[in-house]
Design a protein around this ligand. Structure first.
Ligand code: PXG
Length: 442
């Protein structure tokens, strides 16, 4: 290992690591130092097959030269431009490229720097939209149990992952949660979308009856819940949510931070499920993870509702110093060109069958209690060790890393979401090694 990667334990202290068991990590660090194609390399030069596209974001695979060159050109030419009352060409170009992938009718894009900012932005747009139309009583927001919408106060309020909420006080007022759709008794080992569970969307009617539609602004859900352990929507569930929202004038927000940019074999999950939301949040795959960036896409009617009053009025009092940052835009444009040229946003369709077979080949291995798949997403749910939730999957995660595959675990669920350039040989290696890991995990 070269000297630049050698740290004393004390030198590891300064960096307070996010969503990490800091003391455990720092006593036995796992470092990544290089990446190309489907692989990372450790500082010692050990190759790690990437089963999670970094963290659901490196959809076009690692080390894309076109992105590196575009970013470096942009920094040299103009590293920054102010986004308020000013513009730069890349912002408009990238917005158009993103609109090209979106379902027809969603044709305006607001840029942010992360998924969390995209969620807060979408919630704020929803609230302001009702207000500018004279329906300012519509302030309640509805999320879902086990939802993950990032870590801003808006996102944790509508989110439903207990540990992400319980430490952080009262959060946003006026939030309700739909029930989650995870049910092993009905749906274990389903290939694709489970048949049972569409009726869970009807709970929205109960919430509407309780508060009255005139007080409800928006519903936000992940079309496929990722972070919480890959929960595939039951057949007909998202359609039902759409119907109820439309009936009551409630905006439907799809949080597509992980499903956006080809994860399910269509550019966005909205196309895969043929359900059109009013707002879509995205991040991650927008720039292939190379530069932080997020965005919110809005339906024309929403944008148009703001474009009123005098021309010199700022229509939406919201934005970030780094909204549409030129370097992020350069990365985003280069990324969209790769997606287009290589057909990556529909490639998951071609691979999905092989992938599904591989996921479900793990049935019967020790501790496995469910297997789930859709597009290029997979999940292995393990039985928890009594009194030690998450310990078994974390053990599997460490063993997997030692065997040369990167997986992601949440609770006792292993999530898989490889770069969309994955080949069958990689699928074989990933699941071959994962099967070995599961056989060895106590
Ligand atoms: N919404 C969704 C649906 C996400 O998956 C965010 C918002 C927040 O994005 P930022 O860029 O602010 O992190 C996410 C993020 C996991 C995992 O283990 C997934 C995410 C983050 C951390 C862990 O699957 N997704």
């Amino acid at each position: 290992m070269s000297a630049q990667y050698q740290f004393d334990r004390a030198e590891l202290e300064a960096f307070w690591m996010p969503f990490t068991a800091n003391r455990q990590f720092k006593s036995k660090p796992r470092l990544l130092a290089k990446a190309s194609g489907m692989h990372y390399w450790t500082p010692e030069g050990r190759a790690i097959l990437d089963g999670v596209a970094g963290l659901w974001c490196v959809n076009a695979g690692h080390g894309r030269k076109e992105i590196a060159e575009a970013v470096s050109r942009q920094i040299a030419e103009m590293e920054y431009a102010p986004p308020f009352q000013m513009g730069h060409p890349g912002a408009f170009k990238l917005a158009n490229e993103v609109v090209r992938w979106l379902p027809a009718g969603l044709d305006h894009v607001f840029f942010t720097n992360s998924g969390s900012e995209s969620v807060d932005t979408a919630l704020k747009i929803a609230l302001a939209y009702h207000r500018v139309r004279g329906e300012g009583t519509r302030t309640r927001l509805i999320g879902r149990e086990r939802g993950y919408h990032g870590v801003g106060f808006g996102g944790i309020s509508v989110g439903g992952m207990v540990n992400n909420r319980k430490f952080f006080g009262a959060q946003l007022p006026g939030v309700d949660h739909l029930p989650h759709t995870h049910d092993l008794a009905h749906n274990a080992y389903t290939r694709g979308e489970p048949a049972w569970g569409a009726h869970l969307a009807d709970d929205l009617e109960r919430i509407v009856a309780l508060h009255d539609a005139s007080n409800i602004a928006a519903v936000i859900v992940e079309p496929v819940a990722g972070s919480t352990g890959v929960l595939i929507p039951p057949q007909g569930y998202l359609e039902r949510l759409r119907e109820i929202c439309t009936k009551h004038g409630i905006l439907l927000i799809f949080d597509e931070v992980i499903t956006g940019f080809g994860r399910l074999g269509t550019p966005f999950a909205a196309q895969r499920f043929e359900v059109m939301p009013d707002l879509i949040t995205m991040a991650k795959g927008l720039t292939n993870g190379a530069v932080p960036m997020g965005a919110v896409a809005a339906r024309k009617e929403i944008y148009d509702a703001f474009m009123q009053g005098p021309d010199n009025a700022i229509e939406l009092f919201h934005g970030y110093t780094y909204s549409a940052h030129p370097v992020a835009c350069a990365a985003g444009i280069a990324t969209q060109e790769i997606y287009q040229r290589e057909g990556l946003l529909t490639r998951a369709q071609d691979m999905a069958g092989y992938w599904a077979d591989a996921v479900h080949s793990l049935k019967g291995l020790p501790h496995v209690i469910d297997l789930r798949n859709l597009g290029l997403i997979g999940a292995v749910e393990l039985e928890s060790i009594a009194g030690k939730p998450g310990a078994r999957a974390f053990d599997a995660f460490v063993r997997a890393f030692e065997k040369g595959i990167l997986i992601r675990v949440t609770g006792d669920i292993i999530a898989l979401s490889p770069p969309l350039i994955i080949e069958k040989s990689h699928v074989d290696e990933l699941f071959g090694k994962l099967a070995e890991v599961l056989k060895e995990t106590p």
